[in-house]
Write a protein that binds this ligand. Structure first.
Ligand SMILES: Cc1cc2nc3c(=O)[nH]c(=O)nc-3n(C[C@H](O)[C@H](O)[C@H](O)COP(=O)(O)OP(=O)(O)OC[C@H]3O[C@@H](n4cnc5c(N)ncnc54)[C@H](O)[C@@H]3O)c2cc1C
Ligand code: SF4
Length: 413
């Protein structure tokens, strides 16, 4: 066992009211798990984590812990918090290797899961454990969604997803890869074939555009498409990344690993108000990323990107906004540009299926338990909330799994 994992587990104060659990969106029972680990009951600790959150191992790698469990640890007030993520990772990694899943009896109804990102995976684990007959339909060739085709390998090893896929197969879940619902097969086909409930966990995969001239030029790319398969791109030596959120930092760090020599992140605001977490910015800087604050792209040209200066201004209502400074346009010569200003949902399922209402942003409209406006169709994850986090998708999906169970049970009665 890694020495620091034991040392950190021993630093845990076993608080009567553990703030770390309160800070975790899925209320991981951290105190109990640490106690079990120190009592040499690692399998029990792993089972406790997995029962509460089937994506515990993934979360231990990618959660923004500094705002969640670790950010709430009382030891962090005067020193460094317990490294909960390292402890969770050690236990969950061990557990997934020895895990003997409950094999679904497939007796309680048929559920179709569209999309195998964190939302779909959570539903699949929870409902197969409760003896539902679960089939996942995934547009890509492998499961994982953003976990596989977005978050870079250096932050989340792909073997974690393979471990999860083995666990799914072992629990009796069927997977249909390379099958986008809404194209050849539709949601209506699924109902016709006996699925009693359909879960939509299709995420947000449509890159947000800047709507400026030059966006279709050959050296301009979108972040979510670049991260899907970075090795097929030839970005050249200098790269500008437009946008300053966590995805932009992933792009910058990936570009270096693919051979870029200079990477610039272009932000409309100052460093103190970047959308990315400070730790992600720090890692990007360590890799060599240079921040260019108070700049925005005006147009793309073959030689690079034309940038203008920006400044902060207050409008009549006193709200702060970013405005362009006239007369400051300058060519910034780069070999490639990657646009990382957010994603929205694709409309492929809702446009091919009657009766599913969407919000103004095109997100699937649901009630607090993930029921859409069409009976028997449920949704959660990014396609409902817009781009969020893995643990948030797990949290919502736990509620939705309970609602699907209740719905199918009510059909039988
Ligand atoms: C680059 C990047 C880095 C991120 N880093 C972090 C991080 O460090 N920590 C964190 O907590 N969160 C991070 N996030 C956010 C997090 O990954 C998402 O919030 C999460 O993946 C949402 O899960 P989901 O299941 O809703 O959707 P997704 O992960 O998007 O999965 C949706 C799945 O549905 C499939 N699909 C779509 N349409 C269809 C269809 N018609 N038929 C069949 N399948 C379909 C897709 O192929 C995909 O596999 C990151 C996001 C990005 C883009
Ligand atoms: S799920 Fe995320 S927030 Fe919760 S304990 Fe694990 S790492 Fe921390």
């Amino acid at each position: 066992m890694s020495k620091h994992v034991i040392e950190d587990a021993m630093r845990c104060l076993q608080c009567r009211t553990p703030m770390c659990t309160k800070g975790c969106p899925v209320e991981t029972p951290i105190r109990e798990v640490i106690r079990l680990l120190l009592d040499s009951k690692i399998a029990e600790a792993g089972s406790m984590l997995f029962e509460n959150n089937p994506l515990s191992l993934v979360c231990s790698h990618v959660c923004p812990q500094e705002n969640q469990c670790e950010g709430h640890c009382v030891l962090g007030r005067k020193g460094s918090p317990v490294q909960i993520s390292a402890i969770e990772q050690y236990i969950s990694d061990y557990y997934l290797n020895i895990h003997k899943p409950h094999v679904s009896k497939r007796t309680r109804g048929k559920v179709a899961i569209v999309g195998s990102g964190p939302a779909g995976l959570t539903i699949a684990f929870l409902l197969s454990r409760r003896d539902f007959d679960v089939t996942i339909f995934e547009a890509n060739d492998r499961i994982g969604g953003v976990l596989r085709y977005g978050i870079p390998e250096f932050r989340l090893p792909r073997r974690v997803l393979d471990q999860l896929m083995d666990a799914l197969f072992a629990s009796g879940v069927r997977i249909r890869p390379n099958t986008a619902i809404g194209t050849t097969l539709t949601a209506d086909d699924l109902f016709r074939d006996g699925y009693q409930a359909i879960f939509l966990g299709t995420g947000v995969w449509r890159p947000r555009r800047l709507n400026i001239p030059g966006e279709s030029l050959g050296h301009v790319h979108y972040a979510i498409e670049y991260l899907r398969n970075p090795s097929v791109y030839r970005l050249g030596k200098t790269v500008a990344v437009i946008g300053a959120g966590n995805v932009a930092m992933d792009v910058a760090r990936t570009a270096f690993r693919q051979g870029a020599e200079e990477v610039y992140v272009i932000a409309r605001r100052g460093e103190e108000s970047l959308a990315a977490l400070p730790i992600e910015v720090q890692f990007a800087k360590i890799d060599g990323t240079q921040l260019m604050c108070y700049k925005e792209p005006v147009r793309f040209v073959d030689e690079g990107v034309v940038l203008a200066d920006t400044k902060l201004e207050r409008d009549e209502a006193g709200r702060e906004r970013v405005v362009r400074v006239p007369g400051t346009e300058n060519l910034f010569p780069v070999d490639s540009v990657i646009i990382a200003v957010g994603q929205g949902p694709r409309a492929v399922i809702v446009s091919s299926t009657q009766g599913i209402e969407v919000t103004e942003q095109g997100l699937v409209a649901v009630d607090e338990s993930g029921r859409t406006s069409r009976p028997g169709v449920f949704a959660s994850g990014d396609v409902v909330t817009g781009a969020r986090t893995v643990v948030e998708a797990v949290r919502l999906s736990k509620k939705v799994a309970a609602a699907i169970e209740e719905y199918i049970t009510s059909l039988a009665g």
